[in-house]
Design a protein around this ligand. Structure first.
Ligand SMILES: Nc1ncnc2c1ncn2[C@@H]1O[C@H](COP(=O)(O)OP(=O)(O)OP(=O)(O)O)[C@@H](O)[C@H]1O
Ligand SMILES: [Mg+2]
Length: 218
């Protein structure tokens, strides 16, 4: 399995926000996360990316423990709540600055990715003048532009109009087909079922259920 999460527990100031999460996830699949507000979906994504360190338990990618063997997953794209972009830069410039860190992709791929999320690559407006849905689209473009092995999308269709939702769904399917592992948290049960090969339920920091949409509960 590409991603192995073993007994992951995180306690913040005496509160257990992740409690013994164990999951084995493979590439070429979309995994959904469903759970009430505060159930731990975002915390789980943060722990997978190495943004928070486990109190106990491990997250391993291809056998390498995050926070021990590697600081961060070697190939990851992530959309978390409130993506932080530079407010005075255009969307294109923001992505270019981030792409320059890894130097995996050039201007052409950025251009193409912006078009795929329905943003105009030549839009001269700075990020601060973007609408909420435009900001969300840029966040998705940022998460997928380098075609990483692992893509974590926290509420990817929030604030999107129906056209935006369709674009994001086809982007998710495209990356699944090329072999990425996608983990998606989404409050829209119908959309999550449509997108996911498997859905995990979370409550109070624990995995409480597992279901194959359209199939029988496991
Ligand atoms: N910075 C923080 N410090 C301490 N506790 C936090 C922090 N951020 C979140 N929590 C707590 O961690 C728990 C899990 O929160 P998390 O954000 O993972 O929930 P979620 O499932 O993503 O919820 P939502 O559906 O609202 O996005 C909650 O009890 C929350 O209060
Ligand atoms: Mg959340």
């Amino acid at each position: 399995m590409y991603l192995e999460i073993d007994n992951l527990t995180k306690t913040i100031k005496g509160t257990t926000v992740l409690d013994g999460v164990t999951l084995s996830l493979e590439r070429g699949r979309v995994y959904g996360l469903r759970g009430k507000n505060g159930s731990g979906k975002t915390m789980l994504m943060r722990a997978i990316t190495g943004l928070i360190r486990p109190t106990s338990g491990t997250v391993a990618i291809e056998g390498k423990i995050i926070g021990k063997d590697e600081s961060f997953p070697p190939s990851v794209g992530i959309l978390l709540e409130n993506p932080a972009f530079v407010s005075k830069y255009t969307g294109f410039k923001n992505l270019q600055v981030l792409a320059d860190i890894q130097k995996n992709i050039g201007a052409e791929v950025i251009h193409e990715t912006l078009q795929k999320v329905g943003l105009d690559p030549s839009d001269k407006r700075p990020y601060r003048k973007y609408s909420l849905g435009m900001k969300q689209r840029l966040g998705i473009a940022c998460a997928v532009m380098e075609s990483p092995d692992l893509i974590l999308l926290d509420e990817p269709i929030n604030a999107l109009d129906p056209t935006g939702v369709d674009l994001v769904k086809s982007i998710i399917m495209e990356h699944k087909k090329r072999g990425a592992l996608l983990l998606i948290a989404c409050h829209d049960a119908q959309e999550l079922d449509y997108l996911s090969d498997e859905v995990y339920y979370m409550a109070e920091g624990r995995i409480t259920g597992h279901e194959v949409p359209g199939g029988d509960a496991l």
